[in-house]
Design a protein around this ligand. Structure first.
Ligand code: Y43
Ligand code: MG
Length: 410
């Protein structure tokens, strides 16, 4: 038995990480990661009733295959409207075309129009020597005799496929490839679905109509998950702006956290005519005189966690650990429709230190760089429950807790 690069079993697929709505100004985009393969995909409707694909980092043959496959899979929807697809490969860690396809399938789920009736997912299986391995990494791909790419639905049914390789395969080898690939594809479809439900619609799966609902004025899935976890135990379900894709963008033009949170809460409450809770939060670093502060989300230019973290590390180059003190701050504003003078405002914060290298995979934003001395862990090394026991957001919600019921009733 060949040992796989990451000790997986031959029929194991790698976990996926999907950042839904990755681009703020696109209606439907995802950053898709599997292993070290990273692909950014964005889709929008277009007037011409066909699929137009703009690929960067794919070969012409790969782009053509993807465009053709999408055209076939989406044929019913394409009778009504066309689709503009953009695919950017950020890193090729193997199974690139499969993961580019998955990124597009993921992004398609975010469009209001249903393009893909079945949950589609792509995966590769390779034949190397006499072994069949699913979801090949780049080093495994390099030794493959043949590579099969399949697109399946969530029932192990094959929707599309392509076989490549210098060596001929016989029908029993092809059967084996098809079997492991279709299972791997369906497993991938499940992974996509699980991530989608967690991040984009944490509420949908548990829709309890008798539960009171609060709208949180955020598009940040990381925040949304934390609010969901914290309010669920209070018997409250939350909706977020991701549930209202038609709402306009609210510009955070305020000079303080409170002003920005008020802007978000008041405007969304006025449009939805529902009570709305807004969070404006950020990181204040003492050695940077409190920066990035209210500009935390836009520190490196646009709303990009990786860029923001890189910039933070750069600005703190050479600053010793004891001088890297910082705190996270949250201001929450709860607003009722058309009554901005009655806004309820609370705050919370947590102290820590900025690490020299990122640690941990949980959370979002600056979490991998924010060290919590009491727990000897970075925020990104905490489980969500642990973070929600100590975070700035948790503190603010604690402060809101004794107030909001009376406030809402009056
Ligand atoms: O617990 C946290 N752990 C790590 N980083 C955090 C946290 N809380 C806020 N942050 C960072 C992320 C972002 O760079 C900025 C918030 O900016 P902020 O405008 O409040 O949120 P956002 O633009 O991501 O979403 P939205 O305005 O739709 O709520 O601070
Ligand atoms: Mg924001």
């Amino acid at each position: 038995m060949m040992v796989r690069t990451d000790n997986r079993a031959a029929n194991d697929v790698r976990p996926v990480k999907v950042q839904w709505h990755y681009l703020t100004k696109q209606p439907a985009s995802v950053l898709w990661q599997r292993g070290t393969t990273k692909v950014l995909a964005a889709v929008t409707e277009q007037a011409t009733k066909k699929v137009t694909l703009i690929g960067s980092g794919l070969t012409q043959v790969q782009s053509d295959w993807l465009q053709q496959t999408l055209t076939t899979l989406l044929a019913p929807a394409l009778e009504k409207t066309g689709l503009l697809v953009s695919v950017t490969v950020l890193e090729d860690g193997g199974s690139l075309l499969a993961e580019a396809s998955n990124a597009v399938f993921g992004a398609l789920q975010l469009l209001p129009e249903q393009f893909l009736p079945n949950r589609a997912a792509a995966v590769t299986a390779i034949l190397t020597g006499n072994e069949t391995l699913v979801d090949a990494s780049d080093t495994e791909e390099a030794v493959a005799d043949s590579t099969l790419l399949v697109v399946t639905d969530n029932q192990e049914q094959i929707l599309a496929m392509t076989l490549q390789g210098a060596t001929a395969v016989n029908s029993s080898q092809l059967n084996e490839l098809l079997l492991v690939a279709s299972q791997g594809g369906t497993r991938t479809a499940e992974q996509i679905q699980a991530s989608y439900q967690q991040a984009v619609h944490p509420i949908i799966q548990k829709e309890h109509s008798e539960m009171p609902t609060i709208v949180i004025a955020t598009k940040n899935p990381g925040k949304a998950q934390e609010f969901h976890a914290m309010f669920e135990k209070e018997g409250i379900q939350i909706k977020t702006l991701l549930d209202y894709p038609e709402l306009p963008e609210i510009n955070e033009t305020g000079q303080t956290f409170e002003e920005n949170a008020r802007l978000k809460a008041d405007q969304i409450a006025a449009i939805l005519q529902l009570p709305v809770l807004a969070d404006d939060s950020g990181l204040m670093v003492d050695a940077l005189d409190g920066r990035p502060g209210i500009y935390s989300a836009r520190f490196a230019g646009d709303h990009n966690d990786a860029g923001n973290n890189a910039k933070l590390l750069y600005e703190l180059t050479g600053v010793p650990a004891e001088k890297r003190t910082a705190h996270f701050h949250t201001t929450l504003v709860f607003a009722k429709p058309d009554r901005p003078n009655d806004d309820l405002v609370v705050e919370g914060s947590v102290n820590g230190r900025i690490l020299g290298i990122p640690r941990g995979d949980n959370g979002f934003g600056y979490d991998p760089l924010f060290y919590v001395p009491e727990l000897d862990k970075s925020m990104a090394e905490l489980s969500m429950a642990e973070k929600n026991a100590i975070s700035h957001r948790a503190k603010a919600i604690e402060n809101l807790e004794p107030l909001w019921r009376d406030w809402l009733a009056k």
